[in-house]
Write a protein that binds this ligand. Structure first.
Ligand SMILES: [Zn+2]
Ligand SMILES: [Zn+2]
Length: 177
C-alpha cells in the first residue's frame, strides 16, 4: 500500500508513489585514494618504523602506552609524570621499554625522580621473566602466533588483531594507523 496524502493545490486525495528501488551497484571505486575533501591521502606520520622516528616521537609513542589518567601530549620536562600515572604491571609495560635497541634514558626527563626509579625497577623485574604479553588482551603471548607493530614495538596475538595468515614485512597496530 502507498501512503495517502491530500494535495495542497487541488485538495484531492492522492496516493504517494515511490520510485522503483534502484539496483545497488556498490560503492563507486576511486582510481586514486583521496580523502573526503579531495586532498590526496597523506602518509600517516605514526606509521613510521620505531627506528626511523626521532627521539621526540619515540618518547611520545612510549609515553602514550605508559601513562594512564593523563594525556601523553601533556607530559613534558616541565610537567613530568608521577609514578601513580604509570602502567608498571609486568603485563602492561610497553614492549618498547624492554627492547634492547631502545634507550629508555630518553624518558627520564619526562618522569619525576620517583617515577623514574619505579620504572627502572619495573623494567628490571620484567626482564627477569621470559614472558611476553599481548598489548591488546594483556595475556601471555605463549605459543600462539603473534605480531610486532613496526611503529610502537608492541606485540599482539594474531587473533586479537584479526590476523589469520602469517605476514611478511611491516605491520602497524590500530593505535598507530
Ligand atoms: Zn591478545
Ligand atoms: Zn603500534
Amino acid at each position: 500500500m502507498f501512503p495517502v496524502f491530500k494535495c495542497i493545490v487541488c485538495t484531492e486525495t492522492k496516493r504517494l508513489r515511490f520510485p522503483p528501488a534502484a539496483g545497488s551497484r556498490g560503492r563507486p571505486k576511486l582510481t586514486t585514494k583521496k580523502t573526503a575533501t579531495e586532498l590526496p591521502r597523506r602518509r600517516n606520520r605514526r606509521c613510521v618504523s620505531f627506528d626511523n622516528k626521532d627521539s621526540k616521537e619515540r618518547c611520545h609513542v612510549i609515553l602514550q602506552r605508559l601513562v594512564v589518567g593523563v594525556r601523553a601530549e601533556d607530559v613534558s620536562a616541565n610537567n613530568p609524570v608521577d609514578s601513580r600515572y604509570l602502567k608498571l604491571q609486568p603485563n602492561e609495560l610497553p614492549a618498547a621499554v624492554l627492547h634492547e635497541n631502545v634507550n629508555v634514558q630518553l624518558l627520564q626527563p619526562f618522569l619525576t625522580p620517583h617515577a623514574w626509579q619505579q620504572l627502572q625497577q619495573a623494567i628490571a623485574e620484567r626482564q627477569q621473566s621470559d614472558d611476553w604479553f599481548c598489548a591488546s588482551c594483556h595475556n601471555d603471548l605463549g605459543t600462539q602466533h603473534s605480531v610486532e607493530c613496526t611503529s610502537c614495538l608492541d606485540w599482539f596475538h594474531y587473533g586479537c588483531v584479526g590476523l589469520k595468515r602469517k605476514r611478511k614485512g611491516d605491520w602497524f597496530c590500530c593505535v598507530c594507523v
